[in-house]
Design a protein around this ligand. Structure first.
Ligand code: PLP
Length: 366
């Protein structure tokens, strides 16, 4: 089976992790600080705070920005469910917004239609490594006095007009879950410009304290800490980041060179420089193509199931105008996109896709 995604873990991670374990300091400490420093360098964010995972990082961001029960937060209809669930966790209501028909990221025009007196924030998601249109989103947020929480879980390395995703809004988060561009197994960082906000985010993960080892707590906080064992994996992964980014983008080019005459590839906005987390195509029928490829031992992944269609959100009235997210779900398919893929494996996948397209003689159009 050619796998859709797998992390690149080797001696580099083993060496870093071994050093941390030998040091016996395995909880959050110096290695986490080193990792945060490397993330500051990579993203250009002023403050970077390591977190247990991306879902909690989003939750803490919402809480730190004052989102509370009764508030509404605009979330794209096409995203991993954690974006919306973090809003529920904060006690607020996620309001689903259709996505742009080219980038599949939140559409500011549709967001305008979803504004109510209760709207307090917008959460653009930089989906599959593709940056959302921050030229539209930031003025839109300003016009309506909204906080901006960027869900950059999938977009490490992606820039919009030269600025790293996750650094436009009040807060951004990046996830390091096992299938992400780089991983720490579980884990995330919060990116912030404002020092007071960064301190709030830190306190929320550290039982309300500014420092560890102190037992007087000025505010209520929790334990969403990272660990130095995870940070060691992260440091090793960041050392390989340029190679990972290069190979990811090479994969997209390889697939595109082979298949662009038979299948549509997802759009790349010229204002962005991306790291293709997944190589995505738009098939006539994503389910059929996925089944065809599975029979040939090629693992793929359908696009996210639109939030308004999710069983767990069926009782939340959200309107019906989600043409583009439904289109994306029907047609979108993520091809094998692991940095470990060999060129001949890519060719094997391409051969199978060409066979499918020739049989079906149809090409999805955006
Ligand atoms: C868009 C998006 N948001 C949020 C998350 C949540 O991150 P985590 O799995 O680290 O909790 C993920 C990934 O898992 C994601 O893809």
């Amino acid at each position: 089976m050619i796998r859709q995604i797998e992390p690149w873990i080797d001696e580099t991670e083993l060496k870093e992790v071994t050093e941390v374990i030998k040091s016996t300091w395995i909880t959050e400490g110096k290695k986490t600080e080193e990792f945060e420093g490397m993330m500051r360098q990579l993203t250009g964010a002023k403050h970077v705070i390591a977190y247990a995972n991306g879902t909690l990082a989003l939750y803490a961001s919402l809480i730190a920005l004052g989102i509370k029960p009764g508030d509404e937060v605009l979330v794209p209809d096409l995203t991993f469910i954690a974006s919306a669930n973090s809003v529920i966790m904060a006690g607020a209501k996620p309001v689903f917004v259709d996505v742009d028909k080219k980038t599949f990221c939140i559409d500011a025009d549709n967001a305008e239609e979803k504004i109510t007196v209760r709207t307090r924030a917008i959460m653009p998601v930089h989906l599959y490594g593709q940056a959302a249109d921050m030229d539209k989103i930031m003025p839109f947020a300003k016009k309506h006095g909204l906080k901006v929480i960027e869900d950059a879980a999938e977009s490490i390395g992606a820039k919009f007009r030269g600025k790293h995703t996750g650094t436009f809004g009040d807060i951004g988060i990046i996830s390091f879950y096992g299938n992400k561009i780089i991983t720490t197994a579980e884990g995330a960082v919060v990116l912030a410009e404002d020092a007071a906000l960064a301190e709030k985010i830190y306190r929320l993960k550290n039982h309300g304290r500014k420092e560890k080892g102190v037992f007087i707590h000025e505010q209520i906080g929790y334990n969403f800490s990272f660990t130095d064992v995870l940070a060691a994996i992260g440091v090793a992964q960041l050392k390989k980041f340029q190679k990972i980014a290069k190979r990811k983008n090479e994969l997209r080019k390889l697939y595109e060179d082979q298949l662009k005459d038979v299948i549509e590839f997802t759009y790349v906005d010229e204002r962005t420089s991306l790291v293709h987390w997944f190589v995505n195509v738009l098939a006539d029928d994503a389910e059929k193509l996925a089944d065809f490829l599975e029979a040939k031992d090629v693992q793929t992944r359908r696009f996210f199931y639109p939030l308004h269609m999710q069983p767990c959100y069926k009782d939340m009235k959200q309107g019906r105008d989600f043409e583009n997210s439904e289109y994306a779900y029907k047609h979108g398919l993520s091809l094998p996109s692991s940095v470990l893929l060999k060129d001949d494996e890519v060719m094997q996948v391409c051969k199978a896709i060409r066979e499918y397209c020739t049989k079906h003689k149809s090409k999805a159009k955006i």
